[in-house]
Design a protein around this ligand. Sequence first.
Ligand code: SF4
Length: 437
Amino acid sequence: MTVDISKTKTEVGNYFVSNYPPFSQWKPEYIPDAIEALDEPPRIADPLGLYLHIPFCRKRCKFCYYKVYTDKNASEIEIYLDALIKENEIYSRTRAFQGRELRFAYFGGGTPSYISEKQLQYLIEGLNRHVSWENAEEVTFECEPGTLRKSKLEMLKQIGITRLSLGVEHFNDSILEANGRAHLSPEIYRAYEWAREVDFPQINIDLIAGMMGESDDLWRDTVRRAIELEPDSVTIYQMELPYNTIISREMIEKGLSSPIADWPTKRRWVDYAFAEFQERGYRVASAYTIATRKKPCRFIYTDALWHGGDMIGLGVSSFSHFGGVHFQNAHSFEEYLALLDEGRLPLCRALSLTSKQKLIREMVLQLKTGSIDTAYFNRKFGVDVWKEFQPVYERLNEEDLLTRNNGTIELTRSGLLQVDHFLPEFFEPESNPIRYA
Ligand code: SF4
């Protein structure tokens, strides 16, 4: 079934494609497949990554759909950190982990920077006893500006963080407040200055196009202020309204119309930001990312994942992909802790991918970079992707969303800006049109 991309209003529902097959197809009965993948001989040459989920925030943003807690005290946080260390230790003992080194690590959330320096030190020492990222090429740490101090940033640099990602989202205080963000613009500037002084190899800032209250003028001002900071990369998401956000719940309960700009307007805003940054020498690295050309700016985390690399996700509700199997941790804090207490991996559902599913997954994720190399898919899967998905590619080509060139399929700017809306057209019938949960 074709997804209707002419639908313009931002209604309640998920569009962002983060994985394939959709989570609704992952089942508890497939968990043994994950355990089996971890018992395979180690594939030493394959990239391995670690994701650590820190699910704590100062305040819940009105657009947030992540598993986050704003009410945990210091001792509950410390119990959670012990659980992460234990989970890491269990993985380190599996057969498939022996002799493998981390190529990347990613601290996400939630708000990783919410935890104190002492807690951070404790966590790092505990993790390093079993799996080290000493030789990792990229270690990312997500931060909320209002949780930072210079000494915390110095510690992050010291423990090997190479990529600091600052959740700015917007520079206008009224917009930040209206959308429930915990920080205001003075905290952004203070944190950014410290981060530059501490001299991280790469500083990324996150922005969101289409927060409640957004206008052409305010967005232009936010882009201008982002450019002034000269970040190494900028990630821009178009605001959407998954079912479990505060905004969506209020819309449903009170029968309100969407307070978020429509999709064409959000695309226009992202297009504007891309163009402004490009004019200053940045390159568009994906549907959501722009990067400086002044120094090498790679995204090893997404690059490895989007090429089928292994990644273990530690923490409540975290996702993993290992040896061609997807798996996810328990959704509730209590269940996650209880399973680890019993010395078991805290898994709640899994899915072993068929070869066709692996192909679709990599193809749709790589399309988000704006271009795919067809020879790569021929080599890896023995498939000519254009032929395999000809009706979809031809339709997208007719609509000027992509072009076929010599050995590549390239998205036009218009295609790149709405890539998540048409990717489900490549899905198998049983996965389409399932919205992402
Ligand atoms: S800071 Fe991020 S994770 Fe925390 S509530 Fe806001 S959007 Fe959600």
